[in-house]
Write a protein that binds this ligand. Structure first.
Ligand code: GUN
Ligand code: ZN
Length: 428
């Protein structure tokens, strides 16, 4: 048993539907076997548990562990390829690097770098786009398990358009995916996600194989890309002439459900939003990637008006880093830039998007995403190094809301002073 002491901020009540930021100065959280069993003013928790070890996290803020709803494991080293639109960026920056993961030793090194990067950023749960190589996906699951992160991931599959080393077949998609899913789905903190790269690189037979795999290993997740870039969308429409829109290319194969998460969804039609909402499928908004590739401004207001669950994704390596603080700030910027079509976001919205919204989109809302009694103690201690601008500015915040705004405005991964998953410290 441990008592964690600090200023705790979270969003158990959705700020998008009127909930307020919950903030408690000098709170105490009693954690037993990784789960929060009591919470309240520190003096009261301490009075009731005078013998327990106290972890003092005063100074800075304690927030729920971040949830990254879309991030590519084989692209850590591809971060920073600026100046290209999606399809050129894939050809020149991302896919040559992804091909290197055919080498298991290389993949093991990248898996270590990737998991380390997530932890450094304060990300404790992630939906991860895996690799096209089964051995590399194994390496990721093994490393995530060793470190203790909550990772949902899978073999990325494609059978056309990409460079030949990255292509598979419907049969291999099923067979290799089945072995991985049976090994890792529901094992400890890992889960399996069936992952066709995008419709552009998937035949109907491949998408059928994905659907069969998802059916035969119950409870698995599904993730892919959707409506990211105009050239991509035009080409998908040409290749799938029977489909009425991009989402329909997945829906025809039964791949849109409450266990599906689609990345981007910028250039979306109302029919698609209605279908996503009806099925309970989530969308990962990836603002730094959308800006870096010039993909467009995300219509968050339309998603929320239709009732589509929206979470945040770093989309590394098109995204410019692992920090969900940066993604939150950029999400705020993009809504500002949309003018009247944008959704004005307050700090509580940004925290919610980076934490609880991700947990809900990944079906983990009963375990992680806020720091209520009954939830796992997955948390980040944000404490800027002494003397930095972020430290000075944070010290002068006059309210919790203001402190949170300052953390999103100035925070970087350097401000991650500690990270816990289920009460175990991973970093700091
Ligand atoms: N669409 C298909 N593959 C990718 C990828 O790796 N990154 C992004 N941003 N979009 C994609
Ligand atoms: Zn992506």
């Amino acid at each position: 048993m441990t008592v964690f002491r600090g200023t705790v901020l979270d969003t158990p009540d959705d700020p998008f539907t009127g909930g307020e930021l919950r903030s408690e100065q000098d709170a105490g959280l009693l954690v037993v076997d990784g789960v929060i069993r009591a919470r309240g003013p520190y003096v009261e928790i301490r009075r009731d548990h005078p013998q327990e070890e106290v972890v003092d996290l005063r100074g800075g803020l304690v927030v729920p562990g971040f949830v990254d709803a879309h991030v590519h494991y084989p692209q850590v080293r591809a971060i920073g390829g600026l100046g290209l639109p999606l399809l050129d960026w894939l050809d020149r920056c991302a896919l040559p690097e992804e091909a290197r993961l055919a080498d298991p030793a290389y993949a093991a090194t990248v898996a270590d770098e990737f998991v380390r990067s997530l932890v450094q950023a304060g990300t404790t749960t992630a939906l991860v786009f895996g690799s096209h190589f089964a051995s590399a996906v194994d390496a990721l699951f093994a490393e995530a398990t060793r470190v203790g992160l909550r990772v949902t991931s899978g073999l990325v599959v494609s059978d056309r358009i990409l460079r030949p080393e990255l292509l598979s077949t419907p049969q291999r998609t099923y067979d290799e995916g089945r072995v991985l899913a049976e090994r890792w789905h529901g094992t400890g903190r890992t889960r399996y996600a069936v992952t066709p790269r995008f419709s552009l690189s998937s035949s109907d037979d491949l998408l059928d194989a994905c659907a069969a795999l998802g059916k035969d290993v119950p409870g698995t997740w599904f993730t892919s890309h959707l409506n990211e870039n105009l050239a991509e969308i035009t080409e998908v429409a040409r290749l799938f002439s029977r489909s009425v829109d991009y989402l329909d290319t997945y829906d025809r194969h039964g791949l849109v459900s409450g266990r599906s998460v689609f990345a981007h969804n910028i250039h979306v039609r109302d029919r698609e939003l209605s279908l996503l909402a009806a099925q309970g499928a989530g969308v990962a908004h990836c603002p730094t990637s959308n800006a870096a590739l010039g993909s467009g401004l995300f219509p968050m207001r339309r998603h929320l008006e239709h009732g589509v669950p929206v979470a945040l994704g770093s989309d590394v390596g098109a995204g410019t880093g692992f920090s969900l603080l940066k993604e939150g700030l950029q999400a705020y910027f993009h809504q500002q830039l949309l003018g009247p079509a944008g959704l004005p976001l307050r700090p509580a919205h940004l925290l919610h998007l980076a934490t609880r919204a991700g947990a809900l989109a990944l079906g983990l809302g009963d375990q992680v995403g806020d720091l209520s009694v009954g939830m796992a103690f997955d948390a980040v201690w944000l404490r800027p190094p002494s003397g930095t601008t972020a430290d000075l500015v944070l010290r002068h915040a006059t309210s919790a809301e203001e402190a949170l705004a300052k953390v999103f405005a100035l925070g970087t991964t350097a401000d991650t002073a500690g990270v816990w998953v289920a009460g175990e410290r991973l970093h700091g």
